[in-house]
Design a protein around this ligand. Sequence first.
Ligand code: MG
Length: 168
Amino acid sequence: MLKKFSPDLILDSIYELNLKDLKDKGIKGIITDLDNTLVAWNVQQIEEPLKDWLKTVKEAGFKVCILSNNSSGRVEEFAARAGVPAVSKAVKPRRGGFRRALEQMGLETSETAVLGDQLFTDILGGNRTGLYTILVTPLSQKEFFGTRIMRQVEKILIRKLKEKGLLY
Ligand SMILES: [Mg+2]
């Protein structure tokens, strides 16, 4: 049960992602969370480092799809400017959104990684779908109020995962 919350990899940020390692694992696509993973919560502007990162990832041959529980207006407008497809109102950790993202990219579960900052949505959903899951540190403390509550539960979960050696 706890294993479903255990990410395959933990990074400080998306910028630490080693694309060569991903390729070696047979990964061809990245499903990425938006809020507090790519940008701070509800931030719409795309700064240079993120632009460069997206360019590098795409040039390395990876497909990218944003998967967010946030509203379609927010997510689709951002994704259009980022030049990547998106699935909004994804209801993570439910699998439906992850599957829609896989369809968008035309990839199999075994070829796809998930990037996200939350155990209860990104990591749990990614693991349930059978994807390679990567947890990043949230970019800011500012969050949707429901998320703030879940963070308290997440803290307890993180302690449990560490006790069991499922998180380092
Ligand atoms: Mg997030």
